[in-house]
Design a protein around this ligand. Structure first.
Ligand code: 0O2
Length: 207
């Protein structure tokens, strides 16, 4: 008979999910605030996920942490993941500014892989936030959440590269890596050009 194992998030699973929903609602507010002040659509879409059981267990193991609820919540910092996908680079930084102004959200780690792209071409802005746990489940009073903010083209590239990374025995891997890097650089240059054109249209370059 199949045995049902308890979720790695234990008694905190509902609290994590509720916190993630609150955060998504806050991100919708941030999107609307920027849209209302600038009159532009700053955010294309927002995705969220609670890290899957298997993936969380694998990460605890890989990092040499005990595979436990405590590790999943207090040591691995991306149980809650939120991705904010913007059309233009400036909007990424506007969202970052608003995150930092949000009461109760504390920035724990910040990585700007847009100004400092990874060697493989990966670009994205990452923030690990510490947010209060208002929903109980035990003594742990705050959760971590990983926020990735990037443009549509950065997001498309990252999905493709992620797909390659998790596929085994891929043919021509080296060639694909070189081509991905070339595409990442071309997309980055196009993102900058699109931003410049938008600024010319809106007059933001004259300020
Ligand atoms: P998955 O499968 O996407 O969840 P960490 O391991 O998170 O403690 P790290 O790796 O220093 O620390 O954090 P970083 O660099 O901020 O990366 C966190 C997440 O960003 C990764 O999660 C990926 O989702 C994404 N990411 C980082 N680098 C790359 C990259 O080169 N390509 C792609 N496609 N995504 C990247 P996970 O848990 O590693 O993987």
């Amino acid at each position: 008979m199949e045995t049902l194992t308890e979720s790695i998030y234990g008694s905190y699973e509902n609290a994590l999910r509720a916190t993630m929903e609150d955060m998504k609602a806050k991100f919708n507010e941030i999107r609307d605030k920027i849209r209302d002040t600038k009159g532009e659509k700053p955010v294309d879409h927002i995705l969220s996920r609670l890290k899957g059981e298997e993936s969380m267990r694998e990460k605890c193991f890989r990092k040499d942490y005990p595979v436990s609820t405590e590790s999943a919540i207090t040591r691995v910092k991306d149980a809650i993941g939120i991705r904010v996908v913007c059309s233009f680079i400036d909007d990424v930084y506007k969202v970052v500014d608003e995150i930092k102004k949000t009461p109760g959200w504390k920035v724990d780690v910040e990585k700007d892989y847009i100004r400092h792209a990874k060697a493989n071409g990966y670009r994205s802005y990452h923030i690990i936030l510490k947010v209060p746990n208002k929903y109980g489940g035990g003594d742990i009073d705050s959760f971590y959440a990983e926020i990735q903010i990037r443009t549509i083209s950065m997001d498309t590239w990252a999905s493709l590269e992620h797909q390659m990374r998790y596929k085994r025995n891929i043919k021509n891997q080296q060639l694909i890596e070189v081509e991905l890097k070339r595409c990442a650089d071309e997309l980055a240059s196009t993102d900058v050009s699109l931003q410049t054109i938008r600024d010319m249209i809106t007059g933001d370059n004259e300020k």
